[in-house]
Design a protein around this ligand. Structure first.
Ligand SMILES: NC(=O)c1ccc[n+]([C@@H]2O[C@H](COP(=O)([O-])OP(=O)(O)OC[C@H]3O[C@@H](n4cnc5c(N)ncnc54)[C@H](OP(=O)(O)O)[C@@H]3O)[C@@H](O)[C@H]2O)c1
Length: 244
């Protein structure tokens, strides 16, 4: 199996690479912006799992490069994981500066959609492939403290849902991953509730198991399905007055 990870410097991505290397002996291509970090990860994964791992530069906000990036891949992937993400420590800057808001939207949604469309066309032509999009439970209901990031994830959820609907009769599977809190560099410095916060390795194992089962939507950890059901059930009249 050939696995391509987009945004591969993410802590979750690294754990996902480990899960696919360990369980599937997959050949892995790590794509992201910081090449120095990626090269260290290539070495780590090669030594730990004895699988073929390589890396290449990829910036999802460079829309013009998407088609040539994909065309340049000598071996086309069977599975693609989209794991790039951007969430600033606070939303304030994005409220004041549209460029910051556009960056959130580009990394979490519009860039992802533009890149995945190129890959989906190839998968559709070949009649097989799996696209795994790492989104967030933040996309399920907008909160005052994080609604710009949340809306980028809501758009990504709708996008993945439509793409799944389009490609399910073409041999192509699309899985939406909805994580809750995870201990990663994205959440460093945030005061997260310990019991509700997962390690990247736990999320990665959930993603691998769900991939094997061809799940459409994965909440990870599992209890977020129920937490979000409660949050979505709160009437707007009440929700708008809550400090979330
Ligand atoms: N951590 C959480 O609590 C949490 C919760 C729910 C959902 N998620 C989602 O899960 C995914 C993984 O999150 P994480 O916590 O593992 O993130 P992370 O460790 O902060 O890593 C995010 C990665 O995204 C990459 N990235 C950012 N901008 C990019 C760009 N323009 N082009 C290519 N790559 C870019 C960066 O790679 P470079 O270093 O190469 O720039 C960075 O390493 C994200 O989609 C995130 O939104 C996270």
């Amino acid at each position: 199996m050939n696995l391509l990870i987009l945004g591969a410097n993410s802590d979750v991505a690294y754990a996902v690479a480990g899960a696919f290397a360990g369980h599937e002996k997959a050949s892995i291509l790590l794509a992201s912006r910081n090449m120095e970090l990626l090269e260290k990860k290539v070495q780590d994964l090669t030594i730990r799992y004895g699988v073929e791992v390589s890396c290449c530069r990829f910036d999802v906000t460079d829309f013009e490069s998407h088609a040539s990036f994909y065309a340049s891949l000598a071996t086309k992937p069977d599975v693609v994981v989209y794991s790039a993400g951007y969430m600033p420590a606070t939303q304030e800057e994005a409220q004041k500066n549209y460029k910051e808001a556009l960056k959130i939207l580009a990394v979490n949604f519009s860039g992802a959609a533009a890149m995945l469309e190129v890959i989906a066309a190839d998968f559709e032509r070949r009649g097989h492939g799996t696209i795994i999009g790492i989104s967030s439970v933040a996309g399920e209901r907008g909160r005052q403290s994080n609604y710009i990031y949340g809306s980028s994830k809501a758009a990504f959820n709708a996008y993945l849902s439509g793409m799944r609907n389009r490609l399910c009769r073409r041999g192509v599977h699309v899985m939406t991953v909805l994580p809750g809190f995870i201990h990663t560099k994205m959440t460093e410095g945030l005061d997260l509730p310990g019991l509700l916060t997962a390690k990247p390795e736990e999320v990665a194992e959930d993603i691998y198991r769900a991939f094997r089962k061809k799940k459409d939507i994965l909440y990870t950890k599992w209890f977020w399905r129920w937490i979000m059901a409660v949050i979505k059930g709160i009437p707007e009249m009440v929700f708008k007055r809550m400090s979330l």
